[in-house]
Design a protein around this ligand. Sequence first.
Ligand code: NAI
Length: 257
Amino acid sequence: MGLLDNKVALITGAGRGIGKAIALRFAQEGCNIAFTDIALNDVVMETEKELATLGVKVKAYASNAANFEETHQVVDEIVKDFGRIDILVNNAGITKDTALKRMTEEQWDAVINVNLKSVFNFTKAVQPVMWKQAGGSVINMSSVVGVSGNANQCNYSASKAGIIGFTKSAAKEMGVRNIRHNAIAPGFIITAMTNALPEDVRKQWESLIPLRRGGTPEDVANVALFLASDLSSYVTGQVIATSARMSRVRSSTAAVV
Ligand code: NAI
């Protein structure tokens, strides 16, 4: 018996990275998976295949999470295909890091729209479904820099801080229908992106993490599993940080989310 048997999860941006790790973890617990990504490329189709080997119902959808209309269309399609949505993971996200003095309006708008407006788009589209079901768990992917800020990431940290405000407000609004909203704030997670950092910068970050190592996508997926399942049935409006630093360091490159 799995923790999410026969439930349906909608995960955005799950073609790779943390979203994919969450989809795999949920599927291992018996959850059916509808996931989106910006395009159905080879990587995304490979993820769909990998998930299907776990014996649950799986379907990938192309959808730009920043687009309000597209989001509502894809949610309608998913409800037609799967019949319900029990769990929504707002995971899709991008970075466009640079110093504020060089940041363009396009870089600001792109990050706010993909990271923050997407949370509004999907939560709004899924709300009537969960409201009718009188239950649901919404998990939003924030970041420790949404709490602490980070040089060269004014756009990114503003989007991730916005997600925290949204999560806490939605939790207060929808708790009455047993719809829970929580956020995860990952710190230094080992992905293709953070692996590209110079060795000395990585080591410096790791030395400031209480557990003395970067987190893995699977570490984040296990936190998402807790928030998705009935184990967290009395947890809402919370932000759970993973692999947070003990104090701030000024990274020579900004590509640490
Ligand atoms: P990633 O870049 O590996 O994966 C992001 C996925 O979102 C990709 O598959 C991408 O195609 C998709 N995506 C991008 N724009 C989209 C759009 N407009 N519509 C739909 N899908 C879109 O990134 P990663 O590392 O897996 O990050 C996932 C989430 O976790 C993001 O929200 C990120 O900000 C957050 N995060 C990541 C950390 C890290 O260290 N990797 C740390 C803290 C937060």
